[in-house]
Design a protein around this ligand. Structure first.
Ligand code: NDP
Length: 251
């Protein structure tokens, strides 16, 4: 089998795996953050866990990208910048803002590390080697629309994550009801932004790898948004009644 055939098969496998993953995560919420519970084996510092599990999305991605034949072409370089724009912050800045005592199961770190390794291969190899972008791709409709969507999702995700982290600016470890902006419409605007971002990436790269990743992100975050929403309703009896879990007015 050629590498292109194997790459397609792996990307297709990831897209298909999104379905059982979503079902499993509806049944069992991933045990980290507010859903951390006993019975999931040893735990590690959440700060360290985030750096380790997201590490392949920065470092391995760059290594695989650099080995590609088109690594010095403009379109792959711009796509590389978009990807790293998200992942450098997520891997090396976001974890430092988590509460120092937070823990997460090693099993979650290991699973996410494996996922990010596969995903780094699929997306980096596509943009710098297997994909074939015409010289005018940076001016094409899919690239422009996808990049705009990516940036809009990024802004929503970063704004919401920062608003959540600011809820503990006084050093407390308690959960509070987030207020303001999109939080008035949904419980998890950070997840909504993340999903928008990766569908934007899928359109900008117009690739099976990108769509598989976007689907897998939704498979992860839709069940988690619903679990967070139910948790807020349970914990805060006066939780705003009109607020949805993830999509304003819909879900
Ligand atoms: P959460 O929204 O659960 O938590 C984000 C941070 O804010 C945590 O430090 C959390 O503390 C804190 N926090 C959340 N809600 C409150 C509240 N009401 N009061 C006080 N503090 C709060 O996000 P995740 O940790 O699940 O995800 C973090 C980022 O990673 C998000 O941007 C998400 O989109 C992204 N992500 C992407 C995935 C993908 O598949 N692409 C998969 C998973 C996450 P604590 O940890 O104590 O709960």
């Amino acid at each position: 089998m050629t590498e292109a055939g194997l790459h397609t098969l792996l990307a297709l496998g990831l897209a298909i795996a999104a379905v059982p993953t979503a079902v499993a995560l509806f049944v069992t919420t991933a045990p980290y953050g507010r859903h951390l519970r006993a019975g999931w084996g040893p735990t590690v510092s959440a700060r360290l866990g985030w750096v380790v599990m997201e590490g392949p999305a920065v470092l391995l991605f760059i290594a695989i990208y650099a080995a590609g034949e088109d690594a010095t072409q403009w379109t792959p370089l711009v796509l590389l910048c978009l990807w790293q724009f998200h992942y450098v912050e997520r891997t090396f800045v976001f974890p430092l803002r988590l509460r120092p005592a937070a823990r997460m199961p090693l099993a979650i770190v290991a699973l996410a590390f494996c996922f990010n390794t596969l995903n780094a291969y699929l997306n980096a190899r596509w943009i710098s080697h297997l994909g074939d972008y015409a010289p005018g791709w940076l001016g094409s409709f899919p690239f422009l629309a996808g990049s705009l969507l990516f940036l809009a999702g990024w802004l929503i995700n970063r704004w919401a994550d920062r608003a959540l982290l600011r809820l503990r600016a006084d050093g407390s470890t308690a959960y509070r009801v987030p207020r303001g902006g999109l939080f008035e419409r949904v419980s998890c605007p950070n997840y909504l932004g993340e999903i928008i971002e990766w569908f934007g990436w899928a359109i900008a790269t117009f690739s099976l790898a990108g769509f598989a990743f976007a689907l897998f992100t939704a498979a992860n975050l839709v069940p988690r948004a619903i679990a967070h929403h139910r948790w807020y309703r349970r914990e805060f009896p006066d939780y705003p009644a009109g607020r949805r879990a993830l999509i304003p007015g819909l879900l």
